[in-house]
Design a protein around this ligand. Structure first.
Ligand code: ATP
Ligand code: MG
Length: 288
């Protein structure tokens, strides 16, 4: 796996995907057109995700992260370039992956188990054959007593756990997660992050995890793909060599602060973050 670790932009467009790459993107762009207006969401995106690797995609709001995930999942076509999964060009929704969207998107009228098994039904598989696995996964994420509950009876964190189980029930090789913890309170988010790392360590699925959070990216990923503001490009690929499990202690590990600083610096240089500018004290702080 050699995709541009530490270098800008990974490989040149058109280069062959690495052997063993689970996900490969080459020269990918996406333009949305509405009437005469066009939005260039992604431009010249190149990256590989190795089989069993955990990659975080980190970038500012609107830089095209969700679009990139939809392209990888085959839910929308790229305008130019190519995405391949396990060496095969993506031309439509791919069955060997699970997707966790930004919102849990559970069906209100189905129980937790019913929502999880919907994934199986939509794939034309026999739900009865997956019921044991679904229940075991729900148990593993702490929802064992809630298999018969309706989504409205769950907290935000519980809904997101159910959505993660729904994405995993058919045992896909690849898991795409679009800010799965974005709507959660800080404590639940921390716990979900720790649980996700544990789940990944036991399953070693290929994970593409989208986030706004520098901490979350550094604490979870083997590599962080840092994106530029729109049109989104892969600005830098940062390898994260912290030992695992990073768990609760992750922020105290040697190398955590350094990796976070490198990413913060990139966002400072791109104007995504600013240091304190005294704007509030100048404009609001002094009384007449
Ligand atoms: N279906 C669509 N039609 C038109 N424009 C779209 C569509 N989907 C996304 N866009 C535009 O593409 C750009 C990237 O959107 P996207 O949702 O991928 O960003 P994002 O990085 O996921 O943002 P956030 O972090 O806020 O979720 C935005 O300018 C958005 O308005
Ligand atoms: Mg998004």
């Amino acid at each position: 796996m050699s995709a541009g670790a530490g270098g800008a932009g990974g490989r040149a467009a058109g280069a062959a995907p690495s052997a063993g790459a689970s996900i490969a993107a080459r020269g990918v762009s996406k333009v949305f057109r509405r009437g005469r207006n066009e939005v260039r969401a992604l431009e010249a995106v190149d990256f590989d995700v190795a089989d069993g690797e955990f990659v975080a995609v980190l970038g500012p709001s609107g830089c095209g992260k969700s679009t990139l995930m939809r392209l990888v999942g085959g839910l929308v076509p790229a305008t130019t370039g190519e995405i391949a999964i396990a060496g095969a060009r993506v031309q439509g929704p791919h069955t060997d992956l699970g997707i966790v969207f930004q919102a849990a998107t559970l069906l209100d009228w189905r129980t937790v188990l019913g929502n999880v098994l919907l994934q199986v039904e939509l794939r034309g598989l026999d739900p009865a054959a997956y019921e044991m696995r679904a229940k075991a996964l729900l148990e593993a994420v702490g929802l064992g007593e809630f298999t018969g509950a309706l989504p409205r009876e769950l907290s935000g964190g519980m809904k997101q756990r159910a959505a993660i189980v729904r994405a995993l029930v058919h045992d896909p090789r690849i898991l795409l997660m679009d800010e799965p913890f974005g709507a959660l309170d800080a404590l639940t988010r921390e716990q979900m992050r720790i649980d996700l790392e544990e789940l990944w360590l036991s399953s070693r699925k290929t994970v593409m995890f989208i986030t706004h959070s520098i901490d979350e990216a550094v604490l979870l990923a083997d590599r962080v793909l840092v994106m530029s503001p729109r049109p989104g490009r892969i600005e830098r690929i940062i390898p994260i060599g912290l030992p695992r499990p990073r768990g609760l202690e992750g922020r105290r590990l040697e190398g955590f602060a350094e990796a976070s600083d490198v990413i913060t610096e990139i966002f400072l240089n791109r104007g995504v973050l600013h240091g304190a500018r005294g704007a509030f004290s100048q404009n609001l702080g002094s009384r007449p």
